[in-house]
Design a protein around this ligand. Structure first.
Ligand code: KG4
Ligand code: ZN
Length: 352
C-alpha cells in the first residue's frame, strides 16, 4: 500500500478562497484499488493499493484475481484516505466512482462499494468516466491549464488524440485501430522476457540501448490522426523469432530502445500535427504511458521548437489513481451533472 506524496497547485493559489466540495473518490477499474479525497483541484489524500506484484507472475492482470483483491482492500483504502486527510465521512460532500471503462468485475467492486456508502451516508454519488479522470490528472499539477487544448491520452487500454473543448466537452480526432500504446509496451516486454507492466521495464532497458533496429512508422504520409501499434509489435516478435531461428539473439536493450523510439515518434507526429492544424498552443499528455521519461523529453523538445506548451501529470498521477477521478467529478458537478441513484451499473466499454 502506498500513499503518494504529490506536489500540487504550485503555479497559482488563486482558487484557495473559494470553498469547493470535498469529494471522496474511488477507482478500481484495473489492478489498483484507490481512494482519494479531493477539493476542487486540490488533493487532500491519495491512497493507492497496487496489485502489480500479485499479477506479475501471470504476465498480466487476471481479472478474477483483480476483483477479489479489490474486494479485500477497498474498505481499508477508503478508511486510510479519510484518515490521511484528517477527515470523517461527515466532512464529505460527494462520492465519486469510476463507472468505466475497465475490467467489468473490477469496476463492479468500486461501484457497489460506492453505492453502499452513498446509501448509508446519504452523500450524493457521481459516476466518472475513467478517461475523463486521466485527462483531469493534469489539472492537479497545472493550476493554469484550462480548456481548450489538445490531449494525447496514452494508457494500457486507450490511445486517443482529443480536443478538450471544455471540461466535459471532448472531441475525438484519432484513436488506435488495433493495440493501445501501453498494451504494445506490455506485449513487447513479454517477448523480451521482462516483467509486467512492460512500460517501465522497456523504459529502463531502453536507457542503456541504441535505436539500432529500424521499424516502419505506421500510416506514413497519411493525413488522419489514428494510431496503430500492432505492426511494430509484430515486427519485434518476427525479428526476435527470425534471429532465434538463425541461431542468433537480438540485443534486448537495442530492441527496447528501437521500439520505444518508433512508438514515441508516431505519438509525437500525430499530436503536434493536430495542434498545428487546429492552431492549438497547449498539448497535455495523460495516461500510464505518460509516465515514460523519454516520451516527456521528446515532447518537451518538440514543444519548445513548435512553441507549444506541453503538460504532463506528475509521474504518480499518470497511472491509475483516484485523485484524478475526484477532480474529474468536481468538473462534472460544476457543469450541473446530477447525482446517480442506486441503479448505477459499471460499464466496461464506456466511451468518452
Ligand atoms: O493508465 P494506466 O495505469 O491504466 C490504464 O488505464 O490502462 O496505464 C497502464 C499502462 C500499461 O500498459 C503500462 O505498461 C504503461 O501504462 N506504462 C508505461 C510506463 N508506465 C506505465 N509505458 C511506458 N513507459 C512507462 N514508464
Ligand atoms: Zn487508466
Amino acid at each position: 500500500m502506498e500513499n503518494e506524496e504529490i506536489e500540487m497547485n504550485t503555479e497559482n493559489e488563486s482558487n484557495s478562497e473559494k470553498k469547493e466540495n470535498i469529494i471522496l473518490a474511488i477507482e478500481s477499474s484495473c489492478d489498483e484499488t484507490a481512494c482519494a479525497i479531493t477539493s476542487g483541484r486540490k488533493v487532500l489524500s491519495n491512497v493507492i493499493s497496487s496489485q502489480i506484484e500479485i499479477h506479475r507472475r501471470f504476465g498480466g492482470v487476471v481479472p478474477e484475481i483483480a476483483s477479489r483483491n479489490h474486494t479485500m482492500a477497498i474498505s481499508n483504502i477508503v478508511k486510510e484516505a479519510l484518515d490521511d486527510a484528517k477527515l470523517t465521512l461527515k466532512d464529505i460532500d460527494a462520492i465519486a466512482v469510476t463507472k468505466g471503462s475497465g475490467l467489468l468485475g473490477a469496476l463492479i467492486v468500486g461501484v457497489t462499494f460506492a453505492k453502499g456508502l452513498s446509501y448509508a451516508t446519504k452523500i450524493p454519488l457521481y459516476a466518472v468516466n475513467h478517461l475523463n479522470g486521466h485527462i483531469a490528472a493534469n489539472y492537479i499539477a497545472h493550476e493554469k491549464l484550462k480548456p481548450p487544448y489538445i490531449c494525447l491520452l496514452v494508457s494500457g487500454g486507450h490511445t486517443m488524440l482529443l480536443e478538450v473543448i471544455d471540461y466535459n466537452n471532448i472531441k475525438i480526432h484519432g484513436t488506435t485501430r488495433d493495440d493501445a500504446c501501453g498494451e504494445a509496451f506490455d506485449k513487447v516486454a513479454r517477448v523480451l522476457g521482462l516483467f509486467y507492466p512492460g512500460g517501465p521495464e522497456i523504459e529502463r532497458l531502453a536507457k542503456i540501448g541504441k535505436p539500432s533496429y529500424s521499424f516502419t512508422k505506421p500510416f506514413k504520409g497519411e493525413t488522419h490522426y489514428d494510431f496503430s501499434f500492432s505492426g511494430i509489435k509484430t515486427a519485434v516478435i518476427n525479428l526476435t523469432e527470425n534471429e532465434k531461428a538463425r541461431g542468433n539473439s537480438v540485443i534486448p536493450e537495442n530492441l527496447a530502445c528501437s521500439f520505444q523510439e518508433c512508438a514515441i515518434e508516431s505519438l509525437k507526429d500525430n499530436a503536434f500535427r493536430l495542434c498545428n492544424e487546429l492552431s492549438y498552443k497547449k498539448l497535455a499528455v495523460a495516461g500510464g504511458v505518460g509516465a515514460n521519461g523519454r516520451l516527456k523529453e521528446v515532447f518537451q523538445k518538440e514543444g519548445k521548437e513548435k512553441k507549444i506548451t506541453v503538460y504532463f501529470p506528475p509521474r504518480a498521477l499518470c497511472t491509475d489513481n483516484a485523485a484524478m477521478i475526484g477532480v474529474a467529478a468536481h468538473y462534472l458537478i460544476e457543469s450541473g451533472e446530477q447525482p446517480v441513484d442506486l441503479t448505477l451499473d459499471a460499464d466496461a466499454n464506456l466511451r468518452i
